[in-house]
Write a protein that binds this ligand. Structure first.
Ligand SMILES: Nc1ncnc2c1ncn2[C@@H]1O[C@H](COP(=O)(O)OP(=O)(O)OP(=O)(O)O)[C@@H](O)[C@H]1O
Length: 239
């Protein structure tokens, strides 16, 4: 399975809100790609379409050339951190992962590997309902990594992490991309992305405004934040 994400001409309307209006981009493996834009620009909807949670009105979204719905064991192809509150509160973190692993024909030993990798070796035995947001993010990363997938889709992975957690997440994302994976990270934290992203996709009003190498943007602007603010000036946010 190849580490690619392709989004082509996605359109999605929720009542009067046009969430996606021709969203089109491609992501290759080997680097972190930042997915940025104002509130309501369509980032989460794009990630939800990519993982089969929302159905587009038009267009296609594929992982390694295939639609999510056609993947027999999807967690082996794509890991997603979309909703840190998804695990059932009465299940322990470990049981949540065991249930996921079983559904994907993955060995229980892999659960303990990802718990150790995300710093939850001890906390994994406690009920997820008692987790802080940072711990939920770690559990979400553990779930995303369970199937050792070539593609990762992460919606605001830095949210709720303490400073040491932020450093840990930064290093982890760099390492995962260095292994050749395609790592798409939606975030409002331009300073974090400036440190770890090779590419950035800037969206507004449901479509791509700019797609560029971070290095190129840093030649033209003082920072990624300055580039972002210029590129999105006048785009507006919530509609
Ligand atoms: N389930 C839904 N029902 C109604 N409207 C929705 C739904 N999901 C998304 N929208 C609307 O679609 C648009 C895009 O929302 P989306 O969450 O994709 O934006 P976003 O770029 O992820 O924003 P943020 O940065 O705030 O997370 C918004 O106008 C939002 O209100």
């Amino acid at each position: 399975m190849t580490a690619t994400i392709e989004v082509n001409g996605l359109r999605k309307r929720f009542g009067t809100a046009l969430a996606l209006d021709g969203m089109t981009f491609a992501v290759r493996g080997g680097h972190v790609t930042g997915f940025v834009g104002p509130n309501g620009a369509g980032k989460s909807t794009t990630l939800r379409v990519l993982t089969g949670l929302d159905r587009p009105d038009a267009g296609t979204a594929t992982i390694g050339g295939r639609r999510y719905a056609t993947l027999a064991r999807p967690l082996r192809h794509v890991g997603a951190l979309l909703d840190p509150h998804a695990p059932h509160p009465s299940r322990t973190g470990r049981n949540h992962l065991l249930w996921l692993a079983r559904s994907q024909d993955l060995p229980a030993a892999r659960v303990d590997e990802v718990l150790a990798l995300t710093g939850l070796a001890d906390a994994g035995r406690r009920r997820a309902g008692g987790y802080s947001l940072g711990m939920r993010q770690r559990l979400g990363m553990a779930a995303a990594l369970l199937g050792d997938p070539p593609v990762l889709l992460l919606d605001e992975p830095f949210n709720g992490l303490d400073p040491a957690g932020i450093v840990w997440m930064r290093d982890l994302l760099r390492e995962l991309a260095g292994q050749g994976r395609a790592v798409l990270v939606s975030s409002h934290l331009m300073s974090e992305l400036q440190d770890i992203a090779g590419h950035v996709i800037v969206v507004g009003h449901g479509r791509v405004i700019a797609a560029a190498e971070v290095g190129e943007l840093l030649h033209a602007y003082a920072s990624l934040e300055a580039a972002y603010l210029t590129l999105t000036a006048g785009v507006g946010g919530i509609r």
